[in-house]
Design a binder for this molecule. Structure first.
Ligand SMILES: *Cc1c(COP(=O)(O)O)cnc(C)c1O
Length: 399
């Protein structure tokens, strides 16, 4: 968040400043808006005047939030001068807006082979049902993605950082493959956040977020965002979001914008805590291995260093010797740490992929992917590092 002269960079942008003005933008829950008459409505629908008609199409809180995310992700404004990005009711509805707005039956999609569970389900079950072909490929290997492309490929969908192995996609390489194939490269940037990485600056065409996670940041908002570089594509995604009913509610947008006031602080502290935890766990007895892109022993460390500018994210995974029993003992000993299958909260959360995000994966396949019963994933929060390390030490002492 950089300052532009006198304007306070922490205050909501575009909100009037000065004596007698509310410090905080209002929550506008209205679903419908009046107009002066048919000519005024024409002007709004034709983009000659600004105004709102019906909240599924647009509302002030979504517009404010979309504008802030556009600024962080470098998404250009829309044809009407308003935000180019779209706020959706969840991260999944952001992905749905992309699929429904961009693809047609007969198209082919190349998708990352370790996408978020629900995204993977869309790729392997729902798209084929709708007449779309999907090939999965390793997003860290641009050559493999190129080999998976066909003449019908219109979309390459990957995540910046995968769950729970924290592999880093070769976004620059994939952008070149997408250009060659005439396909759109869409990047789910949820794990990195726009403060950690901006996909459009590396040649991606579309950026997606589950704002539910670090951006809103308090586990009390379900919301998503999708932004596109090309105005025609942005328009198609916006139309799909409105027609399929995928847009987000004013309250959630208001809460997410409030969360964004502290995003930079939370991201900085949580990233620092994640790095401290990774270093602590690497030297701890009972820990078989630690997965953190900031460590030299991570397979994608060099790429993460090149892409992320010195901060390696807020997620750490590790594996305990002793399987599920060790996990159960650790969690009991580490009382005070939340065990919850989510990420990006102000508090540190631990999840156990074999019993949550990866439970539908057959055990053999899971273990082949390195996700054994002793595997834990940490989403670092903003607690004092000393407290956090002491809780982890207590968990390990209980093994
Ligand atoms: C959580 C998540 C999603 C889905 O977002 P929701 O807001 O839960 O719908 C998509 N992608 C990634 C990487 C996520 O972590």
């Amino acid at each position: 968040m950089s300052g532009d002269g006198k304007r306070n960079p922490v205050r909501p942008p575009g909100w009037p400043e000065g004596a007698g003005q509310a410090l905080v933008p209002p929550l506008q829950p209205a679903t419908v808006y009046g107009a002066a008459g048919p000519d005024a409505l024409d002007a709004i629908y034709e983009g000659r005047a600004t105004g709102f008609t019906y909240s599924r199409e647009a509302h002030p809180n979504a517009q404010r939030l979309a504008g802030r995310l556009d600024a962080l992700e470098g998404v250009p404004a829309g044809a009407d001068g308003g935000p180019g990005g779209i706020v959706t009711s969840s991260g999944m509805s952001a992905i749905s807006a992309l699929l429904l707005g961009h693809l047609a039956a007969g198209d082919h999609v190349v998708a990352g082979d370790r996408l978020y569970g629900r995204s993977l389900r869309l790729m392997t079950q729902d798209l084929p049902r709708l007449g779309l072909a999907v090939t999965l490929a390793d997003p860290g290997d641009a050559g493999a993605v190129r080999a998976a492309c066909t003449d019908a490929t219109r979309l390459i969908l990957v995540e910046t950082v995968s769950n729970p192995d924290l592999a880093v996609a070769d976004i620059d390489g994939l952008a070149a493959v997408a250009r060659e194939a005439g396909a759109v490269l869409a990047v789910d940037n949820t794990f990195a956040t726009p403060l950690g990485f901006t996909p459009l600056a590396h040649g991606a065409d579309v950026v997606i977020h589950s704002l539910t996670k670090l951006v809103a940041g308090h586990s009390d908002v379900l919301l998503g965002y999708v932004g596109a570089r090309d105005p025609a594509l942005a328009e198609a995604l916006s139309t799909a979001a409105q027609s399929w009913g995928l847009t987000g509610s004013p309250w959630d947008c208001w809460m997410a914008e409030r969360g964004m006031a502290t995003l930079e602080l939370r991201h900085a502290r949580a990233s620092e805590n994640a790095a401290r935890l990774a270093a602590f766990l690497a030297d701890a007895p009972g820990v078989a291995r630690v997965i953190f892109p900031g460590r030299a022993d991570h397979p994608d460390h060099a790429r993460a260093a090149a892409l992320f500018g010195g901060r390696f994210g807020t997620m750490v995974s590790f594996e305990l010797d002793g399987g599920r029993d060790a996990v159960t003992a650790f969690l009991r000993g580490a009382e005070g740490l939340a065990f919850a299958p989510t990420l990006g909260d102000v508090v540190t959360t631990l999840s156990h992929p074999p019993s949550s995000s990866h439970r539908s994966m057959p055990r053999d396949a899971r273990e082949a992917a390195g996700i054994g019963e002793g595997f834990l994933r940490v989403s670092a929060g903003i607690e004092p590092a000393e407290w956090l390390l002491a809780r982890f030490a207590a968990g390990l002492a209980a093994l």
